[in-house]
Design a binder for this molecule. Structure first.
Ligand code: PLP
Length: 452
């Protein structure tokens, strides 16, 4: 069978297979790659997943995309290596579960994509030969997950840009203590500045001789692994064919796009709830049909979601038949009525985030952190509009509370235990470079490091 092809959301670059889309990161026309068609998984197959461990569910879902590009036995081994941690589904109340995606090596859901991407880079680079430099802008968790996943992967160098003032101490230490093939750059600016610097580097002809690639939300390899856990949850919590509700704390909208991909592949979904913090460009767009990015992005306690212009919206708009370019300009509107039918979006400010965190603890004796609780509160907002009834619901918790000890302690009065996987890294010495939000300086930095 010929491999599945991926097209650019900007429509100006030719379609490519998964390997090419993956190694390029972004399409040459600055669009994002999306599948030309979505492979299908029937309810009976989803039901079979109920008896499989996570790594095998990942294999069964991802092989639909890797067919003809990665042999099945190789993919199965890659999934085994990537996913050696659990995905707990905790009962909150009857029919409502918390899916904890915080059991990976850096205690955030970013590990799900990063672990698999490291496997894929390893394999694809072996096939095509050569070296690649992965440039990543992070608002905290991506950098840590990518740095851990790619640490000592042959042929790969990683450069992580992060906004110095916007990441928590443990987020920073998880990426600045690894060294070897991992370089971290603290930028005196915001996440948006870091992301803009990375985007310019990709489009810069002066950097052509450096093979740059991306592990950010713009890479299709980041998105596909994030569809797997929705199938996993459904196989365990819903009857075959029974639609579900998912509430997802959203920043760059990669996680929620994983749910959209799963839905396009046939997973029965009643509603996808994209809950955001003060960066409310998407809920406003859904309500008004007019897209206005938030610039500069707004700071909030759920700092991994401080994204003023979520890059995955270009993909979402494409799935719904429209065209949004990388700057956020809508050239052809998507089917807004269909979007409103399938999606709900709400903005939770810091005050409600803190109140909700405390109330959730008091009511259920389950500790959340500032991102997961945005999803919980967004779920409550939706329930106030559309009664849940008997629909099974999943609230996605994207990080371990121990990554945000200051914030959690302020609200509940004590600091959460640090998981063993995290403690080792936190004790190492840090090493990072510093830079202003200045593209020329960043280009010089890249060129200097490349010739060395
Ligand atoms: C990155 C991140 C998010 C947001 O995910 P997106 O895919 O960018 O929407 C939410 N919570 C945590 C803890 C994160 O690290």
């Amino acid at each position: 069978m010929s491999p599945l092809l991926f097209r650019s959301t900007n429509g100006q670059s030719p379609s490519v297979n998964l390997r090419e889309a993956f190694l390029a990161g972004q399409a040459p026309d600055r669009g994002l790659y999306v599948p030309e068609r979505f492979p299908h998984i029937a309810p009976a197959e989803i039901a079979e997943f109920a008896g499989l461990p996570y790594r095998q569910v990942a294999f069964r879902v991802l092989r639909k995309f890797t067919d003809g590009v990665i042999p099945d036995d190789a993919l199965a081994a890659m999934c085994d290596r990537a996913y050696d941690f659990g995905v707990p589904l905790e009962v909150i109340q009857r029919g409502v579960h918390l899916m904890r995606l915080d059991q990976g090596p850096t205690a955030s859901f970013k590990d799900f994509a990063a672990q698999m991407m490291a496997q894929m880079f390893g394999r694809f680079l072996q096939e095509v030969g050569g070296q690649v430099t992965i440039l990543t802008a992070t608002s905290g968790d991506t950098g840590a997950a990518v740095a851990h996943a790619f640490h000592e992967v042959p042929g790969v160098r990683v450069i992580v840009l992060f906004p110095l003032a916007e990441v928590s101490e443990s987020q920073r230490k998880l990426m600045t203590t690894l060294k070897e093939n991992i370089r971290t750059v603290a930028v005196d600016g915001k996440f948006d500045d870091c992301q803009a610097m990375v985007k310019r580097a990709f489009a810069d002809p002066a950097l052509e001789r450096i093979h740059l690639s991306s592990a950010n939300s713009i890479n299709i390899g980041r998105l596909l692994p994030q569809s797997v856990y929705y199938f996993y949850a459904a196989s365990r919590l819903a009857w075959p064919g029974e639609p579900m509700v998912f509430s997802i704390p959203s920043g760059n909208f990669g996680d929620m796009m994983g749910a959209v991909v799963a839905r396009e592949m046939g997973l029965p979904v009643r509603k996808i709830i994209a809950s955001v913090n003060d960066n409310d460009a998407f809920p406003r767009y859904l309500a008004s049909g007019v897209y206005e990015k938030i610039s500069p992005s707004r700071n909030s306690v759920s700092n991994a979601m401080n994204v003023g212009h979520p890059s995955n919206l270009a993909r979402l708009v494409a799935v719904y038949g429209g065209h949004m370019d990388e700057t956020g300009k809508v050239h052809r509107p998507p089917d807004l009525a269909a979007m409103r039918r399938d999606l709900f979006s709400t903005s939770i400010n810091d005050e409600r985030t803190r109140t909700s965190l405390r109330e959730f603890w008091n009511k259920y004796q389950i500790l959340l952190e500032p991102h997961g609780v945005v999803a919980w509160q967004g779920f409550l907002d939706w329930c106030a509009v559309e009664p849940l009834g008997n629909t099974p619901a999943v609230i996605v918790e994207t990080a371990n509370p121990a990554k945000f000890p200051e914030e959690v302690e302020k609200v509940v009065g004590w600091a959460p235990d640090v998981p063993a996987a995290m403690t080792a890294g936190l004790q190492q010495t840090e090493d990072y470079d510093r830079m202003g939000a200045d593209y020329e300086a960043f280009r010089a930095y890249l060129l200097a490091r490349h010739t060395r």
